[in-house]
Ligand binder design. Structure first.
Ligand code: AMP
Length: 216
């Protein structure tokens, strides 16, 4: 089964991807994480995209499509993918369909997490990512403590694009460029809209309920 987690920045995609990975035999493919890895390793690609990520500007479709092609052509990922943060525009969605066909795969469903702008800003301002285990916390609403986070607090980092100016620009990009592609998936009967403002466990229960009802 391949699924798409769709939603605004800070909509909870990373958190739910983590829950899905723990409970299903799937692999999280976050294009944002793949790009940040390149930045960390200071590769040519990383150097090329670093300032775009910092400013919250989408990187080129050529770069993204190339990353996705590497994933889809890799047997390890065959029918086991959670797409997180991809596709971000119609061109990427169409290219995904082209590649899925080429590698004899399909999308089983698209979960769209709905969260309002005010909550997004509050969530992202307080977001902390553990650079060691990958867990995501929030300084205000869901602070890491010893019962749910075993790594040293020094690994909890704020992302370079989680500042108010960039958050607002990322949200605008989401509304104007990314959100419209939901229609593309609605027409294919793949779309499941989820209230992303209820608590994390309840959201996951809803996702789980839908996933177990799908054939593959
Ligand atoms: P994310 O971790 O999904 O919030 O992505 C962080 C940043 O990485 C975005 O603001 C973009 O600069 C870049 N990025 C991630 N995924 C994509 C994508 N599918 N298309 C274009 N840019 C992306």
């Amino acid at each position: 089964m391949n699924i798409i987690l769709f939603g605004p920045p800070g909509g909870g995609k990373g958190t739910q991807a983590y829950n899905i990975v723990k409970n299903f035999n799937l692999i999280n493919v976050s294009t944002g994480n793949l790009l940040r890895e390149e930045v960390k390793k200071k590769t040519d690609l990383g150097n090329e995209v670093k300032s775009l990520i910092k400013k919250g500007i989408l990187v080129s479709d050529v770069i993204i499509n190339d990353l996705i092609k590497k994933v889809l052509s890799n047997e390890k990922y065959q029918n086991r993918i959670i797409f997180d943060g991809f596709p971000r525009n119609l061109n990427q969605a169409k290219n995904l369909d082209f590649l899925l066909k080429k590698y004899n795969q399909k999308i089983s469903c698209v979960f769209s997490l709905q969260v309002d702008k005010e909550s997004i800003v509050k969530r992202l301002i307080g977001r902390q990512n553990c650079s060691k285990c990958g867990l995501i916390f929030n300084k205000f609403y869901n602070p890491a403590d010893k019962s749910d986070h075993l790594c040293d607090p020094k690994f909890l980092l704020k992302r370079s694009d989680d500042n108010e100016k960039t958050i607002l620009s990322r949200f605008d990009t989401y509304l104007n460029i990314t959100f419209p592609i939901l229609n593309y998936y609605k027409k294919q009967n793949l779309l499941h809209e989820i209230n992303g403002m209820i608590n994390i466990d309840q959201i996951f229960k809803e996702i789980q309920r839908i996933m177990v009802s799908l054939d593959a």
